[in-house]
Design a protein around this ligand. Structure first.
Ligand code: GLU
Length: 481
């Protein structure tokens, strides 16, 4: 195989297996954009039967925290993204990074720069004054290091190609070129011996055998520098795929203002992981007009050609709607286990096995209305309330003297029913409504208030059946007294 400059790369012997990586900097939560990048890397690897790797870029000691690492891992886990090897921690590989810088120095592809911070500041100041682009001017590129004073600190800089241009054929952006004169001799190893981010990324990607770099297009600029470094080492060039960033509904770059938060916040808002996965997938990637796409389908279909070239817009409402659809389609048992902890928090007590049975029984009715798991949990609480029920404010207002009077006749009629079914209870209440010349709603509302303590609940006859005859009659009676 022939790569740039006609040399053979160390990776040539290995198979053509796809290897991707997600490389978050642990300076905060796993935000929407990061989660989507992680998913695309994971899907691409899974689609091609390759490997998906995780690298924590924790070299910025001041900003990286264990809390952020935990939050990222937890977020990835929640989304069901797993990795084929133990995560690589970039900070632990500084020695290896330095080794590569030394190698480049030895081969003459990098050089020692003895410029002092003051000197560099003056250089930038002058460039600013002359309204020139600010970049290192190569002052030590061709100078003899012997000219530096004995023991003077130095940085190692890459001797970048200054003529011609570099073109990247990006799997998403297409051909993108930069004039080489725009890329200055950037630092690989600082004078304190620490590697720069640019060096670390390239060395790690190479050592991890990464074949495809799928990441946000805010890194496109870096790609040109990184590619120079790859070429200087005669390493195999990866495929670059820079995905457009996510914007808010107003077209501006996504921020907290748009309701965009860490993925764990969506979990806490009652979004189902599968719904989040589906929503993020569709945010920037498409397969025809398909909206509801399962994980398996996504794995089967995912190709970089499906990634759009323009920024996608985050729409919290759409996410909620999609989540509602996922809840309706989810298995009742799954929903029961997802919301049981939430219900227990609301009730401040444990659910018994009988409670859980009842929840499963109620689920088809409950899930038809909920947009998120919190709503679903809240909507089930009426099943477990102790009598006499506390009424919320609206329910209290609704239960005036007239309403309580109506409840009396409803109670009397229902008490006589032998057959406690949806049809029988409905016929019974309808007959009362007709006799009183009232709409069914006029009866249903006070019943709802008495039976659930609130003014919103599943259909009132469903409520009667779920509570059972004895409990229903008792709750009605509590409000008549
Ligand atoms: N650590 C970088 C970030 O979180 C990603 C670097 C890369 O993907 O090359 O933005």
């Amino acid at each position: 195989m022939d790569y740039h400059r006609g040399t053979t790369s160390v990776n040539d012997i290995s198979s053509d297996q796809v290897v991707t990586r997600f490389a978050p900097s642990p300076t905060g939560f796993l935000h929407i954009g990061g989660a989507r990048t992680a998913m695309f890397n994971w899907l691409y690897a899974r689609h091609h039967g390759g490997k998906a790797l995780l690298r924590i870029e924790d070299t910025d000691k001041a900003r990286s925290t264990q809390e952020a690492i935990d939050a990222i891992m937890e977020g990835l886990d929640w989304l069901g993204l797993d990795w084929d090897e133990e995560p690589v921690f970039q900070s632990q590989r500084a020695e290896r990074h330095a080794e590569v810088a030394q190698e480049l120095l030895a081969s003459g592809k990098a050089y020692k720069c003895f410029a002092t911070p003051d000197e560099l500041a003056a250089m930038r100041e002058q460039q600013r004054a002359e309204k020139k682009p600010m970049r290192y001017d190569g002052r030590w590129r061709d100078r003899d290091p012997a000219e530096a004073s004995e023991g003077a600190p130095y940085a190692i800089r890459l001797k970048t190609e200054q003529r011609g241009k570099t073109t990247i054929t990006d799997a998403v952006q297409g051909e993108v070129s930069v004039q080489n004169s725009e890329i200055d001799d950037f630092i690989l190893l600082r004078s304190d011996g620490t590697p720069t981010y640019m060096l670390a990324v390239v060395v790690d990607d190479h050592d991890m055998g990464v074949t495809h770099l799928i990441r946000g297009d805010d890194h496109l600029n870096n790609a040109f520098r990184q590619l120079e470094l790859v070429r200087a080492m005669d390493w195999k060039e990866p495929v670059y795929a820079h995905i457009p960033l996510i914007h808010g509904n107003d077209g501006a770059k996504l921020s907290k203002r748009h309701g965009a938060l860490g993925v764990e916040a969506y979990r806490d808002m009652g979004i189902m992981a599968d719904a989040m996965f589906n929503y993020l997938l569709r945010l920037g990637w498409g397969h025809g007009d398909d909206e509801i796409i399962s994980r398996d389908q996504a794995t089967e279909w995912f190709e970089l050609s499906g990634v759009g070239k323009s920024p996608s817009r985050f729409d919290a409402k759409k996410l909620q709607n999609l989540n509602g659809q996922y809840i309706r389609e989810a298995a009742n048992t799954e929903l029961v286990s997802l919301i049981t902890p939430g219900i227990e928090r609301l009730l401040d007590g444990k659910l018994t096995l009988a409670n859980i049975d009842l929840l499963a029984q109620a689920m088809p009715v409950l899930k038809s209305r909920a947009k998120n798991l919190l709503e679903l949990a809240e909507s089930s609480v009426f099943l477990y309330k102790n009598r006499p029920l506390g009424l919320d404010e609206k329910a209290q207002t609704l239960l005036d003297a007239d309403a309580r009077h109506l409840l009396e006749s409803i109670h009397a009629a229902l008490a006589k029913l032998e057959d406690w079914t949806i049809e029988a209870t409905e016929d019974c209440v309808k007959a009362i409504a007709e006799a009183a010349e009232l709409g069914l709603g006029k009866l249903a509302q006070p019943m709802r208030a008495a039976l659930t303590g609130s003014t919103s609940s599943p259909g009132i006859f469903d409520v009667l059946i779920l509570l059972g005859k004895e409990e229903s009659l008792a709750r009605l009676e509590d409000q008549i007294k």
